[in-house]
Design a protein around this ligand. Structure first.
Ligand SMILES: C[S@@+](CC[C@H](N)C(=O)[O-])C[C@H]1O[C@@H](n2cnc3c(N)ncnc32)[C@H](O)[C@@H]1O
Length: 247
C-alpha cells in the first residue's frame, strides 16, 4: 500500500507516521508514504495558496490550481490511486472503511484542507470520495489524514507482527475487545481475573468472548443492533442482559 498525503504541513505530519510499528513497516518496504507540500505547486511569487471566498464571508479558501497541480503530479506517478478528501462533510470513517480501503486499493491520495476548506471545483474534478473522522470540525485535514493512514496501514499484511493483533480487537467483528491485563498479577490490590492465569486456553477464549459481549453491551449497546452473533453469543447476551436488569 502506498499513501500520498497532500498538505500545507508535511514536516509536522511525517514524524507521526515514521516511528514505531508503521516506521518499521516503512523501513522494511511493506508500505510507502509520501508527503507533498501543496505550496510548492503555486505559480505566484508569494506562494499564496488561498484567497477570499466569492460571495463574501469569513476565512480563506484554498485555491483549486495549486491543489490540482500537486494532485496531477502525484497522479502521474500513481495513476490508479484513489483520491480521498478529508472533510467534516464526508462519510464518517470506521473500521469497515479502513478494511475496504486496505483491501480494494494499492494506493491512496489523501488531501488535507485548511482554513475554511477548498474550492469546490477541485473536489468535483479530482476527488473520488470524501471521509470525515467525526461530527466535529478541526482546523485542518492533517490529523484526519494521519488517522486514516494509520488505520489502513496496520491492516496491510506484515505491518503487525501477527494477524491475531487485529482479528480479536475492537470493531473487527462488530464487538469491542475484552479487557486486557499485563504484569504484575496484583496491582494496587486489584488482581487479574484468575482464569487468565490458569493456562486453560479454551476457557480463556470463552471468557474473553463473554467479556467482549459484556463490554459492548455496557459501553456501546448501539453496536449490538448490527452485529452478527452466533446462537451461543446470543445466549451469552441474553444472560448478560438479565444480569444487568437484576442489578
Ligand atoms: C475548518 S475545516 C473547514 C470546514 C468547512 N468550512 C465546512 O464547514 O465543512 C478545514 C479543513 O479541516 C479538515 N477537517 C476538519 N474537520 C474534519 C473532520 N471532522 N474530518 C475530516 N477532515 C476535517 C478538512 O480538510 C477541511 O477542509
Amino acid at each position: 500500500m502506498r499513501i500520498d498525503i497532500m498538505t500545507l504541513f508535511p514536516d509536522a505530519m511525517s514524524p507521526l507516521l515514521t516511528e514505531s510499528i508503521i516506521g518499521r513497516a516503512l523501513s522494511r518496504g511493506i508500505i510507502e508514504i509520501n508527503f507533498h507540500q501543496i505550496r510548492d505547486y503555486t505559480k505566484n511569487k508569494q506562494k499564496q495558496v488561498d484567497d477570499y471566498p466569492y460571495g463574501g464571508g469569513l476565512g480563506m479558501i484554498m485555491n483549486a490550481d495549486p491543489l490540482y497541480n500537486c494532485w496531477k503530479a502525484v497522479k502521474n506517478d500513481v495513476p490508479d490511486a484513489r483520491t480521498i478528501y478529508l472533510t467534516p462533510q464526508g462519510a464518517v470513517f470506521n473500521q469497515a472503511k479502513a478494511r475496504e480501503l486496505a483491501d480494494k486499493y494499492k494506493a491512496l491520495i489523501l488531501v488535507c484542507g485548511h482554513y475554511e476548506g477548498v474550492d469546490e471545483r477541485f473536489i468535483e474534478e479530482c476527488v473520488d470520495e470524501e471521509i470525515s473522522i467525526g461530527d466535529f470540525v478541526l482546523t485542518g485535514g492533517e490529523i484526519p489524514a494521519l488517522a486514516v493512514a494509520d488505520a489502513v496501514f496496520r491492516l496491510i499484511p506484515g505491518v503487525l507482527s501477527d494477524e491475531i493483533c487485529f482479528n480479536e480487537e475492537s470493531h473487527y467483528d462488530g464487538l469491542l475487545e475484552y479487557p486486557q491485563y499485563t504484569r504484575p498479577a496484583v496491582w494496587r490490590e486489584k488482581a487479574v481475573p484468575e482464569i487468565l492465569l490458569s493456562g486453560h486456553h479454551a476457557n480463556i477464549k470463552k471468557w474473553r468472548r463473554r467479556e467482549a459481549i459484556r463490554r459492548t453491551l455496557i459501553k456501546r449497546p448501539d453496536m449490538l443492533k448490527t452485529v452478527n452473533l452466533s446462537p451461543e453469543d446470543k445466549l451469552i447476551l441474553s444472560e448478560l442482559e438479565e444480569e444487568q436488569n437484576n442489578q
